[in-house]
Ligand binder design. Sequence first.
Ligand code: C5J
Length: 237
Amino acid sequence: MTAVHEIPAQPGPFTFDPHTVALLVIDMQRDFLLPGGFGESLGNDVALLRTVIDPLAGLLAAARECGIPVIHTREGHLPDLSDCPPAKLLRGNPSQRIGDPGRFGRILIRGEYGHDIIDELAPAPGEVVIDKPGKGAFYATELEAVLNDNEIQTLFVTGVTTEVCVHTTVREANDRGYECLVVSDCVGSYFPEFQRVGLEMIAAQGGIFGWVAPSATVIGALSTAASNTPVSSTTPA
Ligand code: C5J
């Protein structure tokens, strides 16, 4: 049976079946979010990203309570950097490159303290963690296989940063046929202007590659779904 629930969203109502939805949490890693870490060393104000932590913790709790699968991602590379193309490695500040020593270990290297997810949003036992070498969570990862294996068709997308890894992943998901709702207060950018425009771009032109709604609205819809009152339900013939 398909149970369809509705979330008020931009540019219009977003429908989902709680049995085929997953919560995707993108790159909530210490390297990006901790004061004194890589993100801050590049001149960014990590406080802007940290506003995401509390609403996302609330959404995570609601998803877990409803039994919705949670998938986390981490951007990073193998210690020998063999999965990091030179074009990515050589970009940015020469004294703060991927693989260089940072305050929380080698920057964006798998296994280092800074590469892992912040304590507040630590994956629960059994939740999938996808290590990705690129900005998009589908590129060179097992994400699509995980979604197929779990019959997931819809993603609630959260994490950082809005205009980089969130955007890239939502565009990749859209091209692969997944419906994405980006949770506006659960995604963050170091640049307020990019945050605003990044969200507008997703929902523009009738939802060119997704929908946008705040976490309170998504949590409300999840609690309605948990109480099992779909706006419609159909049983396949
Ligand atoms: C960046 C990301 N911005 N997770 N990574 O390099 O958005």
